[in-house]
Ligand binder design. Sequence first.
Ligand code: HH2
Length: 279
Amino acid sequence: MIWRCGDITFDLSARVLVMGIVNVTPDSFSDGGRYLDPGAAIARCRELAAEGADLLDLGAESTRPGSASVPPEEQWRRLEPVLAGLACVPVTRSVDTRCAAVAERALSAGCRVVNDVSALSDPAMAGVAARAGAGLVLMHMRGTPETMQRETAYADVVAEVAGYLHERMAVAEAAGVARECLAIDPGIGFGKSAQGSLELLARIPELTALGRPVLVGASRKSFLARITGDEGEPAERVPASLAAAAVATWQGAHILRVHDVAATLRAVKLASAARRAAR
Ligand code: HH2
């Protein structure tokens, strides 16, 4: 399994990739306000790269439950100085945006991946990714961040998510995105109950069956607290996040999107070694 992201090709049969999160926002659920200053964001990116992140995912719009969208100009105002400051940092950059205009500028500024939590809600997005040959993450979400937690019941959450991702992959390919550039993501916590998020984690093989790399973003999310009882600050959810990273790796996920890179790399090493030993 390979994942092509512009001029970089990841071999995902070799190991699980760890994608470090840096939110250049005032209001993200875990790191909101910490990296709004470009200098602080750049320092955080350097730190996560030094910890061993394979990719960094930079976002300028929180998509936590209930959040409103951020205009493209404001997203770019936040991202531009950070991406410029990272030009010489040797780590693959991803832009976390639902907006094609922001993605296009970020790709011109050195990003190799578009992480679209709305799976092409902007009709121009697939063309932007296709023209750049960029990696493209398609994520499942029900509704929008503003509305997604209103209805979290599914007859079979995994079957519905897999069906949706299959359809969005076809839309991306029809718009010219190469299949080997695509990655898919069940959208843990995006219009899901804690039970639904757990089922998605536990049944990753039904998603890998779609033939593309599966990205999992469980890091510090509130469903972990529903299960462990860590109802305080999101940083209290790190141990549960590491357990989720180990479960996802054991189940065959290819890319993990996390806040805590160094610790996750250790969890992934252990779970990957166990997976190899099971064969
Ligand atoms: N989760 C968040 C944001 N982007 N992208 C993908 N592909 N998968 C995810 O699970 C995912 C994502 C939410 O986490 P975070 O960025 O930490 O918070 P916020 O949306 O509040 O900025």
